[in-house]
Design a protein around this ligand. Structure first.
Ligand code: CA
Length: 225
């Protein structure tokens, strides 16, 4: 399993939905397709996506009222898709809470670029870093591996955050110590080793036993994702 993010494609034209899904997949973005306007809100509640592509004209319910309803309970990024350029100005004026707008016909590349730009913006605002299978929420001091939340102590969090700041780099014990205890508390190399051991165990538990921290004898540690 990867930390792939899911985009909900709300679109009543199957061919277009499939085309968008293919382009997103090429950029490692998973997708979920909803064709009926009435199913959007329950689906977002059941499995919150990381972004919603919302067509304006839909059977069942129109995108406008769906967008307003979603905003009652979620700040999931929303890109509205409309068939008419003239519509965009009106939509902007309505302040329905969408984050971006794109007009049909669009190039799938352009759409994917917009999706990625919006996801980056949201990540930056929340100081979220993603690397391979790992997602680090710096402000919340939380991390996920393969989509599973890791139950880390503050020191283990800092250790993981340091190791993932330069993936593949070997960090010496001294370097890790400096990052783990910014107050220069006097601790021994053994302290680092025991925190690494605990972190390694927690990562392995989330990754089906896989060992993701490599010890390089006499040098230090590195994260291998
Ligand atoms: Ca439509």
């Amino acid at each position: 399993m990867s930390a792939a993010r899911t985009v909900m494609i709300v679109e009543d034209e199957p061919k277009l939905a499939r085309l968008i899904a293919d382009y997103l997949a090429a950029d490692n973005l998973a997708s979920q397709w909803i064709a009926d306007g009435t199913q959007v809100e329950p689906a977002v509640r059941a499995h919150p996506p990381q972004l919603v592509l919302l067509d304006l004209m839909l059977p069942g319910r129109d995108g406008l009222s769906i967008c307003k309803d979603l905003r009652q309970f979620t700040d999931v990024p929303i890109i509205m898709v409309t068939a008419r350029v003239e519509e965009v100005d009106r939509l902007l004026g309505l302040e329905i809470g969408a984050d971006d707008y794109i007009c049909k016909p669009f190039s799938p590349r352009e759409l994917v670029a917009r999706v990625k730009a919006l996801l980056r913006r949201v990540d930056r605002a929340a100081s979220v870093s993603r690397f391979a299978r790992l997602v680090v929420y710096e402000e919340r001091h939380q991390a996920q591996l393969d989509g599973r939340t890791l139950d880390l102590t503050p020191v283990e969090f800092r250790l993981l955050n340091t190791l993932r700041s330069e993936p593949g780099r070997i960090f010496s014990r001294n370097r890790l110590l400096a990052n783990l205890y910014p107050d220069h508390r006097v601790v021994t190399d053994r302290t680092v080793d025991s925190h690494v051991k605990n972190l390694r165990r927690k990562l392995a538990a989330a990754a089906a036993g896989e060992d993701l921290i490599r010890s390089i004898y006499g040098v230090g540690y590195r994260l291998e994702l």
